[in-house]
Unconditional design. Structure first.
Length: 192
């Protein structure tokens, strides 16, 4: 699981091929308007299905910000500018675990690139590599990181592959047909 104070403490910045990057815990007062704008972008809305006013975004964040949550929401800050939204979660404690052979301490990633100018340029791949490395560094009991993008979201599936994930299976989840992407701790880190 993310560190005990994961809701209040950012992880140290890391260098990536696309610039310095940092995960910062979501602060609804600071981030709600930006997240709502991103959720209403047609490309994001097609897969996240959270278009609407700030109350929709706030309702999505609330359970993750609650004490005891197995999921933590983050803003991805690239070169000082918020560009992405991340949810890091204990996949073995998530309903997803009923759909694949989960291992103890599997960590999961949900993400979106909110700023259009960073899509289709390799930014997602670079940031996925960085975040996966951060998770594996900060969660030593985690032996693999998983994700379940919608199989129709070809850019996302492709970014995961380029970031060192492998397609393990296609899953029929209640809300989508998902590509189960897996990155083992022992997988060599792909080159930028």
């Amino acid at each position: 699981m993310p560190p005990a104070d994961a809701h209040t403490r950012p992880w140290a910045p890391v260098d990536t091929p696309v610039g310095p990057f940092q995960l910062v815990p979501v602060d609804p007062e600071r981030d709600l308007a930006t997240l709502t704008r991103w959720m209403n972008d047609p490309v994001v809305a097609a897969f996240w299905e959270l278009a609407g006013d700030e109350s929709v975004t706030a309702a999505h964040l609330a359970p993750q910000l609650a004490d005891g949550s197995h999921s933590t929401p983050w803003i991805g800050v690239l070169s000082g500018t918020p560009v992405s939204y991340w949810e890091l979660y204990r996949a073995d404690l998530d309903p997803l675990a009923r759909h694949y052979p989960a291992r103890p301490h599997d960590m999961g990633i949900h993400l979106l690139i909110g700023e259009e100018r960073h899509r289709g340029r390799g930014t997602g791949t670079a940031l996925l590599r960085a975040v996966t490395a951060l998770v594996l560094d900060h969660v030593p009991r985690c032996t693999r990181v998983v994700a379940e993008p919608d199989v129709r979201n070809a850019p996302s599936v492709s970014a995961f592959r380029r970031a060192g994930f492998r397609l393990s299976a296609e899953l029929d989840l209640p809300e989508k047909r998902a590509a189960l992407m897996v990155r083992d701790r022992t997988t060599p880190h792909p080159r930028p």
